[in-house]
Design a protein around this ligand. Structure first.
Ligand code: HEC
Length: 139
């Protein structure tokens, strides 16, 4: 009898241990992408990012709070395609483009977004660089 109980108990332990392994497979590393307005993670073509899917959301989330129709610090407005390109902006040439300079600036006093806001990530900076390099299209 003692043996039977032991057998049942160890059987339960074993089946518990086995079922614990049947969880869904771990998701792989998150594919690079942009969460679109409906919450879907859209893949991004890093070398040739789309303005509407990849670039505009970065400006809206990180810049438009201080650069908009009511508050255009230094005359920069980052709310639409035309406005983003309106001032000291050179398609094909990120290094001469003021907004690109401002997000890559080493000096914390001059860099955008202003301190204490966090810097853009290197991935976001690369997307903006490549978008400008590709001619800053409204794509
Ligand atoms: C918290 C507010 C704030 C945020 C967020 C912000 N800016 Fe600014 N920005 C300012 C202010 C204030 C100025 C004008 C004073 C100055 O140059 O520091 C300015 C000036 C600028 C200038 C002109 C700089 C110059 O030297 O002529 C550029 C370009 C710029 N911002 C780009 C951006 C970009 C791109 C983003 C987003 C990545 C951004 N800003 C986010 C407040 C902000």
């Amino acid at each position: 009898m003692k043996h039977l109980i032991l057998l049942v108990v160890s059987g339960m332990v074993l089946s518990l241990a086995l079922s614990a392994c049947k969880h869904a497979p771990m998701p792989g590393p998150q594919a690079p992408g942009i969460i679109d307005s409906s919450g879907v993670n859209q893949p991004v073509d890093t070398a040739n990012p789309s303005f509407s899917n990849a670039i505009l959301p970065i400006f809206i989330a990180n810049c438009s709070g201080c650069h908009n129709d009511n508050l255009a610090n230094d005359g920069y407005n980052f709310t639409t395609y035309e406005k983003i390109k309106a001032k000291k902006f050179y398609p094909g040439n990120p290094d001469d483009t003021k907004l690109y300079e401002s997000i890559t600036e080493d000096d914390d006093e001059d860099r955008m977004p202003q301190v204490p806001n966090p810097r853009l990530s290197s991935g976001q900076i690369l997307l903006i660089r490549n978008w400008i390099l590709q001619g800053a299209l409204n794509n």
